[in-house]
Write a protein that binds this ligand. Structure first.
Ligand code: ZN
Length: 139
């Protein structure tokens, strides 16, 4: 796709900080990270970012590539964990976001302490009714 920023990066038409690649995927350090050392893994071939519409084999393969890159980040950044997000928004090219971080204690992670607790709690009966409807209609 000619106007896709990730396709331009993959073709070296835009500068990037590539940390890993294989025949089908490339991993770069994000130039506009919302967290330090945020890393993107993407297929070299333009593919929709709507991951639910992605071919199952491709999605399986990008998960394996992301696992490899997560372990590279753990080693080189000396972090305990790497979070993973499949956002599917912003750039119309399938990509995985990896977030390296260190665990403080229990489920407290540097930079995320107040983030998770800031979300409002959903009404459990609403969730359970929706879950029943989904299960009943998903056969
Ligand atoms: Zn693209």
């Amino acid at each position: 796709m000619s106007d896709c920023i990730f396709c331009k990066i993959i073709k070296w038409e835009l500068p990037c900080a590539k940390i890993w690649e294989d025949e089908n995927f490339v991993a770069i350090l994000d130039a506009f990270p919302n967290r330090k050392w945020m890393t993107l893994i993407m297929p070299k071939k333009h593919t929709t970012s709507n991951f639910a519409n992605t071919e199952e084999q491709l999605f399986s393969d990008i998960m394996k590539a992301s696992h490899k890159v997560a372990n590279i980040l753990k080693k080189w950044l000396n972090v305990k964990r790497v979070g993973m997000v499949v956002w599917g928004l912003e750039v119309p090219h399938l990509h995985i976001k990896l977030y390296p971080f260190n665990q403080k204690q229990n489920w407290q992670f540097d930079g995320f302490e107040n983030w998770i607790n800031s979300w409002p709690q959903e009404d459990m009966s609403v969730l359970q009714n929706l879950a029943k409807t989904i299960i009943a209609n998903n056969s």
